[in-house]
Design a protein around this ligand. Sequence first.
Ligand SMILES: Cc1cc2nc3c(=O)[nH]c(=O)nc-3n(C[C@H](O)[C@H](O)[C@H](O)COP(=O)(O)O)c2cc1C
Length: 355
Amino acid sequence: MSWNTFGRVLRFTTWGESHGPAIGAVIDGCPPGIELAEADIQPFLDARKPGQNKFTTQRKEPDEVRILSGVFEGKTTGTSLSLLIENKDQRSKDYSEIANTYRPSHADYAYDAKYGFRDYRGGGRSSARETAMRVAAGAVARKIIGDVTNLAYVSEIGGDRIDPANFDREEIARNPFWCPDAEAAKRWEALVDDARKAGSSLGAVVECVATGVPAGWGAPVYAKLDSDLAAGMMSINAVKGVEIGDGFDAARLTGEQNADAMSPGEDGPEFAANHAGGIAGGISTGQPVICRVAFKPTSSILTPVASVDRDGKATEVRTKGRHDPCVGIRGTPVVEAMMALVLADHMMLHRAQCG
Ligand SMILES: Cc1cc2nc3c(=O)[nH]c(=O)nc-3n(C[C@H](O)[C@H](O)[C@H](O)COP(=O)(O)O)c2cc1C
């Protein structure tokens, strides 16, 4: 059974392949009366689109979105929203060499083992082209969550971390890495460029912080805000780890070190720390919701790696074509979109039960 739908109340379904004529999303459950036009969605797609600098893939996709349904006279009607992006820059011949072999650490073997069929052009449905539709759907989710601000940035590339003392929010959009630390961004230029020239690739950590989330979003047990965030982030291509708040570091703290001490404040309790990442018992506490996402290094690399072909014979794979040397960079707007989608879903879920 394929599974192409995400969400509980705000549900979106994506469709399409990397080298098909188009990709699209259908969003169901969007409240009526929200002002929505292509111009609200396009800036987020422009942030994710490929070919913008030498640190990302050179595939040139304009990623122009069209709204096909669900909007009338500039406002959502409450019926299903349909979004479409045409694929413009496919080069299927780039992939002819891997038609009969499996790129190690990509989805090629697993897809073939499951389906017995594989659209090898660009990885078909396993291509991160699909994430453009999450970004488009995320722009709609942002309209639903209103005042909640949601910011993602890269905090680490190839094991080289930002210095939190250098954190500058304005810097994030000034460099090609979504990096809040100008010094780290300078170092990463050489790091990523060297990896690209060497036919290699690098991993990255992306952090996402949502502020303005009120206390009460989320639900006990099987619809925890943190478990839905983890599922959403983990569903992004190349993501291999998700942490909420201090995540794995919390396991190295004592109870008193990890406590988010509370005191009375004018608008409800105040917290002395946020080790929990704004979520307790699966429900938001009113503190910033903090999520950290680990992207593995791109599996399609020019360096030869041992593999097998479709007949089970030993071979070597050297992936040519246009690939991101560090997928976490273009993954950053996708992380931000998934955070918005999960929050919008939980905002509506909360309203449905608690009014
Ligand atoms: C924005 C983005 C761009 C990506 N670009 C590439 C790429 O150019 N080449 C590649 O091999 N993988 C790329 N990936 C990762 C693959 O899509 C992913 O590794 C593959 O589908 C296998 O899935 P898995 O890594 O989640 O197991 C990209 C991922 C993201 C999020």
